[in-house]
Design a protein around this ligand. Structure first.
Ligand code: ZN
Length: 90
């Protein structure tokens, strides 16, 4: 009798453990992309994926990530350059 209970209970216990582990693993995988750290292509600092802007650059489909600070810096540099070009008459 005890052997019969052992034979029935053990597979169920193993299945429950595996089921619980796979559920935990899949929930980790679904939350991972947001928590993933990625390096900014300009300043090389690490940021959360949610803080970065992904852009496909060039014809090879390579995706680069840019942080908000670098985008702002590039924007201001571009504005400054356009301003000096107008002032010098270019
Ligand atoms: Zn950056």
């Amino acid at each position: 009798m005890l052997f019969a209970i052992f034979v029935i209970v053990t597979p169920i216990a193993v299945w429950l453990i595996l089921h619980f582990m796979s559920r935990r693993k899949s929930s980790v995988e679904t939350t991972e992309p947001e928590d993933l750290l990625e390096v900014c292509a300009v300043c090389q600092n690490e940021f959360m994926m949610s803080e970065l802007l992904e852009k496909e650059i060039g014809g090879y489909g390579r995706v680069y990530c840019f942080c908000g600070q670098c985008i702002e810096t590039l924007y201001h540099e571009s504005q400054k350059k356009n301003k000096t070009n107008i002032e010098t008459g270019e």
